[in-house]
Design a protein around this ligand. Structure first.
Ligand code: ZN
Length: 220
């Protein structure tokens, strides 16, 4: 669910000098005030809009339209870079948020690559008891020399290895989604009753099946 919203804010924007106040009818000291709207998505991605400056009389508190203070619009103040009146997070939250999101996406991708590399290792040297989540028609089709539709997923188990031939147990049940098998591979698929019948596949073919995504996951 996307949580989003916006709110209006007003912040002090520094000394605005001494001016005649039309309400007090006297010379008064003024401060700049900046109003803006900050929008957010999930509170983290933030960006400001509708910035407007005022000058506020320090005695009567009335505000008058103003342009941005020279120091702010020029970005300098006595040679020192002025701090922008809008808090850092309201101004740059969108960049911080994007940084966090891309770091998260990066971690997910790295994790996927590590798992892929680990699976490739297991497939190169199968051991009895290994379970694979496979696109079952394609996996079985490898034996029959054709490539039928890949509509179902199932768990197969390495029964034995005879030289370059790997014997697999085939599952009694298959599913149209592999997500259901993520828990079965640690539970039901450990039982002999989960399987019925078997096929033989050359060990040398397993690496390619893993690369093609026919073997989707491997557990030992
Ligand atoms: Zn005043």
């Amino acid at each position: 669910m996307i949580i989003w919203g916006s709110s209006g804010k007003a912040v002090d924007a520094g000394d605005a000098g001494s001016h005649y106040c039309e309400v007090c009818k006297e010379q008064r000291s003024f401060r700049y005030m900046l109003t803006y709207k900050v929008h957010h998505i999930w509170y983290l991605l933030r960006w400001p809009t509708s910035q407007k400056y005022f000058r506020t009389c320090q005695v009567c508190n009335n505000s008058f339209d103003s342009t941005a203070p020279v120091a702010v619009s020029a970005g300098i103040d006595d040679g020192v870079k002025t701090k922008h009146p809008i808090p850092f997070f309201d101004r740059w939250g969108w960049a911080v948020g994007l940084g966090v999101l891309s770091a998260f996406v990066g971690m997910v991708m790295i994790t996927a690559n590590i798992e892929k590399a680990a699976d490739a290792k297991l497939v190169a040297d199968p051991k009895a008891g290994d379970r694979y989540i496979v696109k079952i028609e394609k996996f079985v089709g490898e034996v029959n020399g054709n490539s039928p539709l890949d509509t179902n997923y199932g768990i197969v188990r390495v029964a034995s290895i005879n030289g370059d031939v790997v014997v697999f147990d085939l599952p009694r049940m298959v599913w149209t989604k592999s997500s259901k098998l993520r828990s079965e591979i640690y539970q039901q698929a450990l039982q002999n009753t989960y399987y019925e019948g078997g096929i033989q596949i050359p060990k040398s073919a397993l690496g390619q099946l893993e690369q093609q995504g026919v073997i989707e996951d491997v557990e030992r």
